[in-house]
Design a protein around this ligand. Structure first.
Ligand code: MG
Length: 383
């Protein structure tokens, strides 16, 4: 394997973990981060959380676990091609969605609305809360005690208000500087993954069709390429051949354009990357346009399809009703959280109480949220 670029993240130069630990014997620090993410409860629950399609709509669609694995695959390819740290990119990719609520974006929007008077809800910040505090597995610390570099990558976005409360990890949002290249590329790998797999799931579910999607230039080019090469291919294979070309075109563009940017910027150490106000890993302008066009198409045709919207509105109602009921009656929460929430209420601290409720709801899978809603509101359900 090629040596890492001198501006790559290296575990020997890591800014370390909040609680100091001995180095592992046969792994480096970022491999250990990745392994801790894989063994976390929040990671396992990703299997039953969805982005666009709600879990019980079928086993054929992506869930957040398969999405995170696809992001890790793309991020590792890009990291390796740019001589950056694959293990760190993988750790960030596998952890990046740990804080997502059930029911994808609908769930998060609804929970944020419920939390407006109590500090709001941001899924990136919640992913950080999961690895910093909410996982209760290790004897010596709360959370997973990950390295600064993994935590920096997990916190992709953050409001100024919240950044001020976060110390070191929040500083870059105030100074408007950049995280490591591994964090930057994993963020773009996330976009490549979801745009491409939403095309795939959208086509296979029949909510969008091959004819309609050719209004997008990038898709039309790749589709024509499949047709020219395999004129008699059945639809299922045609869709896969199209989607893999879409991913490949974006990945190749990202690698080549980033190489050119880095050659020109000539960073010599990770500090140069972190001091930079602009991204040094990016699509070409042309691919950026294609990417926006694809996103716009998905927004107008898939995410706002009436079947998706119906499910979305049901999901929002479930989250709103769960929040309202638990917040008003914290004694309905399971024992451990209930104790914390009730104590907060007795101390007249509604903000802390609301945060416990939000943590509980955000940790739910789609099916658990539906079951919990039934248990609370359907008198014929046993609890
Ligand atoms: Mg994602």
């Amino acid at each position: 394997m090629q040596p890492l670029a001198n501006y790559a993240a290296q575990d020997v130069n890591s800014k370390g973990r909040k609680i100091k630990e001995d180095s592992p014997a046969y792994r480096d620090e970022f491999q250990r981060d990745r392994d801790r993410v894989i063994h976390s409860a929040a990671f396992r629950r990703l299997e039953y959380k969805t982005q666009v399609f709600v879990n019980h709509e079928g086993d054929l669609y992506r869930n957040r676990l398969t999405h995170s694995i696809e992001v890790a695959q793309i991020a590792r390819s890009v990291a390796r091609a740019l001589n950056l740290n694959e293990d760190l990119s993988e750790s960030i990719a596998l952890a990046h969605d740990l804080g997502h609520t059930p029911f994808g974006h609908a769930g998060q929007g609804a929970l944020n609305e419920c939390m407006l008077d109590y500090g709001g809800f941001e899924h990136n910040l919640q992913s950080l809360r999961v690895v910093d505090e909410l996982e209760e597995r290790y004897a010596e610390f709360l959370g997973l005690n990950l390295t600064f570099e993994s935590r920096e990558g997990i916190l992709k976005h953050c409001s100024t208000k919240n950044a001020k409360k976060l110390g070191n990890i929040g500083k870059r949002f105030l100074k408007k500087t950049s995280p490591s290249l591994e964090a930057q590329l994993t963020n773009i790998a996330d976009e490549i993954a979801y745009n491409s797999h939403d095309v795939d799931d959208g086509l296979r579910s029949g909510l969008i069709n091959l004819k309609q999607i050719q209004e997008i230039e990038l898709v039309a080019t790749q589709y024509q390429n499949v047709l020219d090469t395999y004129p008699k291919l059945d639809e299922r294979r045609t869709i896969h051949e199209l989607v893999r070309r879409l991913i490949n075109a974006q990945v190749v563009d990202l690698i080549e354009n980033s190489k050119a940017i880095l050659e020109e910027a000539k960073p010599t150490a990770i500090e140069d990357i972190r001091a930079s106000k602009k991204s040094l890993v990016a699509f070409s302008d042309k691919m950026q346009e294609h990417n926006l066009e694809l996103k716009r198409f998905l927004r107008n045709n898939l995410y706002t399809h009436y079947r998706v919207v119906r499910m979305t509105s049901k999901a929002e109602r479930v989250i709103r009703e769960l929040f309202a009921e638990f917040f008003e009656h914290p004694e309905l929460l399971p024992d451990k959280i209930s104790d914390k929430a009730i104590t907060a209420m007795q101390e007249q601290d509604a903000i802390v109480c609301a945060r416990h409720v939000a943590d509980y709801i955000a940790g739910m899978t789609d099916r658990y949220a539906i079951a919990e809603h039934k248990r609370l509101f359907d008198p014929s359900e046993t609890t």
